[in-house]
Design a protein around this ligand. Structure first.
Ligand code: FAD
Length: 502
């Protein structure tokens, strides 16, 4: 939609904001809007007790720590309220091949030179037999492997959380109501628009109540009641690259100390997650319905669990992809209503947060300008395409050929933007981050090496180092990390004492 688009609105001040939906997305929007602009706005959130939230979405990435800092959310209160644990990365098991594992961790690996990233020095060291595993040079990864964690000074350890999604929505509800958000319980039965059908006027509830607003945030999940069903914004399907379209989820009792990482275990036609919380473990199998039916998927999941099963298995259907616009007229879609990329890199909650930050930065208090809407949509698209490429990488670059699912992933064409990144790394070990992209060089390198790419060349600056110099450079980094990790407490012990504090 461009600036001359007929759906552009005449500027009308925004005072009444109506958030439709009270899952993670709805309550995160309510929390951020009320904390920062609550004095200017009348904010209502409508959710239905009859329509449950998606109920998964329990692994996050470090940007959630930033979100909480922006809102002055106390981390210990948050962790105690949501039964959260710390997360230092994701263990990818059987992805490159059966019985081959690696960890994609947060943080950085080694030390870069201004001409060449650390991977060039590691590759040179590896060739000369002077380097150990690439992950040995990353603090977060070593701490994850050792099941250890502590907050370190000056943000020395980069981390995220595993948390209970239902408890998180409740926690944010209390927070938002404290800043004046009014919660309305009720089922939306119809959405009223103006005569052009492009501007939403009100939401009608089953009770007959009519909720009028100037700006509507669609957080109704996969239903996309406002942006999709009412405004008719099309959904772009990405299933040609992302073959999984279902998940089956169950919760189990914990059987041992919580580890500080998510487990992602590749299976014959998808992968299984294990997310350790304080009070239980979240489990699920994400799969392709073309290769596996729901019964077999459920059996596979139930056959690969540890601990007593606490909930009945629940099948969730989804379509990988993205709305063509996430802001149209006076409606902004955030969360599952805007699109969905499967959770191997725990990016959905991050995208909710990015939508919120972008909306706050462009908040149309004096009225909606189409040029802002266009900018919002363009930024959203660039961001999600980058994440989409990163996710496809995990499936496409694999040695697995043991099932039709994995052969299909290996053989498919991938977006040109991803093809270029893979070719660049394979040829010269180079990775460049474009500003505002979520995944930094270290993430791409960990996953590309982890999935089995061996670069043909690396930077000559690393070759200039003699054996003794290179060995001492690599050894110094590694031993410094080992020393720090030895001093860390166990993750479980740290969580217990951290959440006990007032
Ligand atoms: P929902 O949770 O579905 O909430 C929708 C809300 O809309 C509900 O409150 C409902 O009552 C309300 N509603 C709907 N229709 C009506 C109506 N007619 N009237 C009134 N109210 C209505 N994300 C991550 O970041 N990390 C993960 O590890 C992760 N894992 C996932 C695994 C799976 C299998 C799936 C499917 C998703 C996962 N996600 C993950 C995504 C994450 O779950 C969502 O991004 C997040 O929960 C936000 O969902 P939501 O609030 O948009 O929608």
């Amino acid at each position: 939609m461009r600036a001359d688009d007929p759906t552009a609105t005449a500027a009308k001040p925004i005072r009444r904001v109506v958030i439709a939906g009270g899952g993670t997305a709805g309550w995160m929007v309510a929390a951020a809007l009320s904390k920062t602009l609550g004095k200017l706005l009348d904010i209502k959130l409508v959710e239905s007790d009859e329509i449950s939230t998606v109920g998964v979405g329990e692994a996050t990435i470090p940007t959630l720590v930033t979100f909480h800092r922006l809102l002055d959310i106390n981390e210990q209160e948050f962790m105690a309220a949501t039964q959260a644990t710390f997360k230092l990365g994701i263990s990818f098991e059987n992805w490159r091949d059966v019985d081959r594992d690696y960890i994609h961790s947060f943080g950085v690996t080694g030390k870069d030179h201004w001409t060449a990233g650390f991977q060039h020095f590691w590759l040179e060291g590896h060739e000369r037999g002077l380097a150990s595993d690439y992950g040995d040079y990353c603090l977060e990864l070593r701490a994850a492997r050792a099941d250890r964690f502590a907050h370190l000074p000056r943000g020395g350890m980069n981390y995220a959380f595993h948390m209970d999604a239902g408890l998180y929505a409740r926690f944010l509800r209390r927070f938002s109501e404290g800043f004046g958000v009014q919660r309305v319980e009720g089922k939306i039965v119809s959405v009223q628009t103006d005569d052009s059908g492009t501007q939403i006027r009100s939401l009608r509830l089953e009770s007959g109540v009519e909720l009028e607003g100037d700006l509507f945030i669609d957080c109704t999940g996969f239903r996309a009641l406002l942006i999709g069903q009412t405004l008719g914004v099309e959904y772009e399907d990405w299933s040609q690259w992302l073959h999984c379209d279902r998940a089956v989820a169950v919760q189990t009792a914990s059987v041992g100390p919580a580890v500080p990482y998510t487990r992602s275990i590749a299976r014959d036609a998808g992968w299984q997650w294990r997310i350790p919380l304080q009070h239980r473990v979240g489990n699920g199998l994400v799969y392709s319905s073309r290769h596996l039916n729901d019964e077999t998927a459920t059996r596979t999941l139930l056959g690969n669990l540890e601990g007593e099963v606490l909930t009945p298995p629940r099948v969730i259907r989804f379509q990988p992809g993205q709305r063509r616009q996430t802001w149209r007229g006076n409606c902004v879609a955030i969360g599952l209503a805007s699109g969905f990329l499967e959770p191997i890199e725990s990016t959905s909650i991050h995208l909710i947060q990015r939508g919120i930050v972008r909306l706050m930065q462009m908040f149309p208090a004096a009225g909606i300008n189409q040029v802002d809407v266009d900018e919002y949509n363009q930024q959203t698209r660039a961001e999600i395409e980058h994440i989409r490429d990163f996710i496809i990488l995990h499936y496409h670059v694999t040695d697995r050929q043991d099932t039709a699912f994995w052969r299909g992933c290996r053989e498919m064409d991938v977006p040109a933007s991803l093809r270029h990144r893979i070719d660049l790394f394979r040829e010269s070990a180079r990775v460049f981050r474009i500003p505002n992209e979520l995944f930094a060089e270290n993430s791409w390198i960990q996953v590309m090496l982890g999935q089995g790419i061996v670069p043909r060349q690396h930077h000559p600056v690393a070759e200039l180092m003699g054996d003794a110099e290179l060995s001492s450079f690599l050894g110094g980094i590694r031993s410094g990390i080992e020393k720090t990790v030895r001093q860390l407490p166990s993750h479980q012990a740290y969580v217990e004492q951290y959440c006990r504090r007032p």
